[in-house]
Write a protein of this length. Structure first.
Length: 185
């Protein structure tokens, strides 16, 4: 990474963050993921289920780049407060579409501990989809606590707290075009 990019910082509330992944790199990787998904799911007309709030920007950019017919819908779950996961996943809200015998791709902003995605997978399985794949912009393999396969990974990242491009710190920072890492104190 260029030194001038590494120096870029933002402050949200009481914390400072340093640039980790710039906007061009994010968009290039999403284009690659879209090409991979389009090739692997050609002829299947999948339904994408974006997990709110964090994945909304990634989901929009990903589906705009797909070359296959598809649907998109949104669900909401939550497990974070501040910079820490609560470890408790609340009820999934918002799935109104019939996914029985459908090919489903769950879109996440980040898979870290895996609690949220495990909960979602268990809930979706009750609806008997033909298949379920996971697409995540970010993946923290060292934080993972569950046996989960993330089928489409944008970036593997260390177990650091990140904001930007949909990820937030107490509701702030989702609108940043880049991804930032918490600055060490």
């Amino acid at each position: 990474m260029l030194p001038e990019l590494m120096m870029k910082t933002v402050t949200l509330k009481d914390k400072s963050f340093i640039l980790s992944i710039d906007a061009d790199t994010i968009q290039q990787r999403i284009a690659g993921l879209a090409a991979q998904v389009s090739e692997e799911l050609k002829g299947m007309e999948p339904i994408f289920i974006a997990v709110l709030n964090g994945s909304f920007i990634f989901a929009a950019d990903l589906v705009k780049k797909l070359s296959i017919p598809c649907e998109i819908t949104f669900v909401r779950v939550a497990s974070y407060e501040g910079t820490d996961s609560t470890g408790v996943v609340r009820n999934m809200l918002g799935l109104h579409e019939n996914i029985k015998d459908r090919n489903v791709v769950v879109i996440e902003d980040i898979v870290d501990r895996g609690d949220t995605i495990m909960f979602i997978m268990e809930e979706l399985t009750k609806h008997q989809p033909a298949s379920v794949k996971i697409a995540s912009l970010l993946f923290k393999p060292k934080a993972l606590r569950h046996d989960i396969k993330v089928d489409y990974v944008g970036f593997e990242v260390p177990n650091d707290f990140l904001v930007g491009y949909g990820l937030d710190y107490d509701g702030l920072g989702r609108n940043l075009n880049e991804i930032y890492v918490l600055k060490p104190e």
